[in-house]
Design a protein around this ligand. Structure first.
Ligand code: NAD
Ligand code: G3P
Length: 317
C-alpha cells in the first residue's frame, strides 16, 4: 500500500525520543507532510531549539525519563498555546502517576493529549495500516493532533477520556506478559482466549478505579491494544512473558530485548496501587510474583486456576 497524505497541515511538531515509537511516529507525520523536528536525549543535542517554536510537542520516550524531561521543558521558553502529547505507556515509580498526569501537572495551562492504540511500531514501519486514538479533555487540541498524523495508512480517532485511553495502553502490558507466559508454556488456544478475556475486566476494574471511563476500555486503546499486544510475538512485553516461561532470567530477557518493555515496571507500580486501594487484580498479582522470582510460571497458572469459584460477571465496574 502506498501511503498518501490526507491533508497539508502546517503546525510545527516536535517529537521527543528517537526510539522505536518516536521514529515510527515521526515517519507517520512526514507521510502526512507535517513538518517534524525530533530530539533524543542520547544524542546530547540541545532541547531548546526544537521546542521553542513547536505548536505540538509529543513525548515518545520511556517512562523512566518522563518526569525529568517535563521538568526540564518547564525551564525553557515555549509557545504559549503549545499542545503536549504523550505516547508513553507506563506508570511513574516515584509518584505512581501516568505520563499525562505528569505533563498536565507540570503544564496546568496547556492542553495535554494521549496518543495510544494497537500500534506495534514494527508493523507501522512496514507501512501496514493501523488505527489509534488521540484523547484529550480539550477536543480541539485532540483534533489538531489528529490532523497531524492521519493518512490512508494511519486512521486516528479522537476521544475525550485521556486517562482511560492511557490506562488501557499501560495496563495491557502487564496482561501481555501473562499471555506470553501462557503461550511460552504452550497451554493452548483455549487458555490464551480465557486469559485475554478475563484480562479485560481486570484492566477495566483497575482502570476505572484509577479514573478512566468504562467504555474507553472497549475501544482501540483498551481491547484493541490488548489484542495486538497479547497476540503478537512482536510485542516486547509478550516476549518477556514468553522468555520467563522458557526458564530465562528476567535480566537476561531484558538485555536480549535491548528496548523498552514497560510492563515490568508497570507491574511493580501497579501492585503498589492495587494493594493501597484494595483492588482485585489476580492476573497482575501472579505476573508480579513471577517477575519477582517468588513463583514459577507453572505455579502462577495453578494459582489462577484454583481461585475461588464465582459468577462470570460479578466484578465489572
Ligand atoms: N514501540 C512500540 O511499538 C510502541 C508503541 C506504542 C507505544 N510505545 C511506548 O513508547 C515508549 C517508548 O517506547 P520505544 O518502543 O520507543 O522504546 P525504545 O527503547 O525503542 O526507545 C526509548 C526512548 O526513550 C528514550 N529515553 C530512555 N530513557 C530516557 C530518559 N531518562 N530521558 C529521556 N529519554 C529517555 C530513549 O532515548 C529512546 O528515545 C514506551 O513507553 C512504549 O510503551 C511503544
Ligand atoms: O512492544 P510492546 O509490548 O511495548 O507493545 C507496543 C505497543 O504498546 C503496542 O500497541
Amino acid at each position: 500500500m502506498t501511503p498518501t497524505p490526507s491533508s497539508q497541515p502546517s503546525t510545527t511538531l516536535t517529537i521527543l525520543g528517537r526510539g522505536a515509537w518516536g521514529t515510527a511516529l515521526a515517519n507517520l507525520a512526514r507521510i502526512n507532510n507535517t513538518p517534524v523536528q525530533t530530539w533524543s536525549y542520547r544524542s546530547g543535542d540541545p532541547l531548546e531549539p526544537v521546542v521553542s517554536n513547536a505548536k505540538v510537542i509529543l513525548s515518545a520516550i520511556s517512562m523512566k525519563g518522563v518526569a525529568e524531561l517535563a521538568t526540564r521543558l518547564k525551564t525553557l521558553p515555549l509557545e504559549s498555546d503549545v499542545i503536549f502529547v504523550t505516547a508513553t505507556k507506563g506508570l511513574d515509580p516515584a509518584t505512581k502517576r501516568t505520563p499525562s498526569q505528569i505533563w498536565q501537572t507540570t503544564f496546568p495551562n496547556h492542553p495535554v493529549a494521549v496518543l495510544s492504540g494497537p500500534n506495534l511500531s514494527k508493523e507501522i514501519d512496514l507501512g501496514l495500516p493501523a488505527a489509534t486514538v488521540i484523547a484529550s479533555e480539550d477536543l480541539a487540541a485532540a483534533e489538531t493532533v489528529q490532523e497531524l498524523f492521519s493518512s490512508d495508512t494511519f486512521r486516528v480517532y479522537t476521544n475525550t477520556d485521556p486517562l482511560g485511553t492511557e490506562l488501557g495502553g499501560t495496563l495491557k502490558n502487564v496482561m501481555a506478559i501473562a499471555v506470553g507466559v501462557c503461550d511460552g508454556l504452550k497451554l493452548g488456544t483455549n487458555a490464551r482466549s480465557a486469559l485475554v478475556t478475563r484480562a479485560l475486566p481486570e484492566v477495566m476494574r483497575i482502570g476505572t478505579l484509577l479514573g478512566g471511563q468504562a467504555e474507553t476500555f472497549y475501544g482501540l486503546s483498551g481491547l484493541g491494544d490488548m489484542l495486538a499486544t497479547c497476540t503478537s510475538p512482536l510485542s516486547r512485553n509478550y516476549q518477556v512473558g514468553y522468555g520467563l516461561a522458557q526458564g530465562k532470567a528476567l535480566d537476561d530477557i531484558l538485555e536480549e530485548l535491548g528496548s523498552t518493555a514497560e510492563g515490568v515496571n508497570t507491574t511493580y507500580v501497579l501492585i503498589d496501587r492495587v494493594y493501597d486501594e484494595g483492588i482485585s487484580a489476580p492476573i497482575a498479582w501472579q505476573v508480579y510474583r513471577l517477575l519477582k522470582g517468588k513463583i514459577t510460571p507453572q505455579e502462577a497458572v495453578a494459582a489462577l486456576m484454583e481461585r475461588e469459584l464465582k459468577p462470570e460477571y460479578c466484578d465489572l465496574p
